[in-house]
Each structure stands twice: as C-alpha cells, then as structure tokens.
Ligand binder design. Structure first.
Ligand code: ATP
Ligand code: MG
Length: 219
C-alpha cells in the first residue's frame, strides 16, 4: 500500500487533476466526509488528509510514503529540522504564489532599509524571512505569527510582514503594499527515500505518472 499525504483546500483541489491524469480517482470528498484516510481507484494507493504544515513531517517519518506540500512549508520545515532528508523529485506547478514583503501604504520600506533602521517584521515564515533579510543586510526583529499576518501592520504589532501573495487582493483589502518579492512558490512532490527503496516499482510508477501529468497539463 502506498500512502499519499495531501492537505485540504488548494493543495487537494489542485492535486486532483494531476491524480486524475495519472489515472487515479480519489473516492471521497474531504470537504464532505470526516474521513482522514481516503481510498482511491487504485487499490494499492490511499490518501491521508493532514494539515499543510504537517505534510513534510508525515513523509519524513514514514507516516506517508509521499506527499504534496508548498515550497514555503518545505523550506520552513527543513530549516527547523536542520534538513529533512526528503526527495523532492518534482515541481508540480500547482498552488502557485510568491513569498513577499508587504507593508502599510504609509510605511516607507525602502527608506527604512536605506537608513539601516531596525524593521519589525511579523511572519509565519521566520526561517525564510531571517535568511532573506540577512542576505540583504537588512536589520529586522522577527515576530512569529501563526495566521492573519495582514493584521500585524494595521495594529502596530509590526512595520511589515512576510507572507504569501497570489492575486494581491488580501493585501489590497487591508491597505498593504507588496514592497519586495522574496521567491516564487509552488507545490512540490516529496518522497520518503526509504519508501522509494522498499517499493521502488510502484513508487517510481506513481512519480513518473505525476511527472507526465505535470508535463501534459500545459502548466
Ligand atoms: P494551515 O492548515 O497550516 O493553516 P495553510 O493555511 O498554509 O495551512 P493553505 O491555505 O491550504 O494551508 O495553503 C497551502 C499552500 O498553498 C501554502 O503552503 C502555499 O504553498 C500555497 N498557496 C498558494 N497560494 C497561496 C495564497 N495566496 N495564500 C496562502 N497559500 C498559498
Ligand atoms: Mg490557510
């Protein structure tokens, strides 16, 4: 049995067409069912529904053989663990967005950087943020948050945030401006190396099918 870890929402929704192209139907809808283990049309493949940030943990420790997670989640996880030993064979080109710095419209980020001021930055992505600002020589005090980063500059908790942006409409709705792009983000297939070794033929077949699905999707 091969176990694939997915998370509810955009990762699951965007993975479905790839799975379908790989000849796999998921036999339950996680939005309607309370089941956490979903059968598929392939008797040797099941899907487990976990929180987005838990996907790398499941795959790393063998709770799942492979999984789909955003590059943001993978980089933060790997930095927190000091490496995670996961294979990342494939950019699935889904759940695409970018990691950016955003600030209030009335905060002059460029001037603060020029003056070498200490900038208070709120983010869920403390490892990526620390690395980004260190590489640029920008002085920051990082404030760790777990959600709704947009609120931090509006309440005076921080001067700026590091968050994911896709259309920019959430930033706009909260009078925030994207002032710096850090990196492009997309979801990746991650694989447990031991699982690949133990069950090479079936795992390889599935990874190849994913690869063909990505190539064939025109994405
Ligand atoms: P959690 O359940 O831990 O809160 P999450 O909020 O990160 O997880 P989702 O909102 O479903 O879960 O996001 C899953 C992934 O989708 C992110 O890790 C990211 O890679 C990607 N993504 C794409 N566009 C966006 C966006 N606009 N905002 C947030 N994530 C995005
Ligand atoms: Mg979310």
């Amino acid at each position: 049995m091969i176990t694939l870890a997915l998370s509810k929402g955009r990762i699951f929704d965007d993975s479905l067409p790839l799975l379908r192209a790989a000849g796999v139907e998921v036999l339950d809808d996680p939005e309607k069912s309370r089941k956490l283990i979903l059968a598929t049309s392939r008797p040797d493949l099941r899907v487990v529904m976990v929180r987005a940030s838990d996907v790398p943990t499941y795959v790393q420790h063998g709770g799942a053989d492979l999984g789909v997670a955003g590059l943001d989640v993978l980089l933060e996880h790997a930095a927190a663990e000091g490496g995670d030993g996961l294979y990342r064979p494939l950019d699935l080109r889904i759940a695409r967005c970018r990691m950016s710095v955003a600030a209030r419209e009335d905060f002059d980020y460029a001037a603060a950087v020029r003056q070498g001021a200490r900038i208070r930055v709120a983010t869920k992505y403390t490892h990526c943020a620390r690395q980004h600002f260190a590489a640029k020589g920008v002085h920051v005090d990082l404030i760790k948050l777990y959600g709704s980063m947009e609120l931090a500059p509006l309440t005076g908790l921080a001067d700026a945030i590091v968050d994911l942006v896709s259309t920019g409409s959430t930033l706009k709705a909260n009078q925030l401006l994207e002032v710096e792009r850090i990196m492009d983000i997309s979801a990746r297939l991650v694989v447990n190396p031991a699982a690949l070794k133990l069950n090479r033929e079936a795992m390889r077949g599935l990874i190849d099918a994913f690869e063909a699905a990505v190539g064939g999707s025109g994405a």
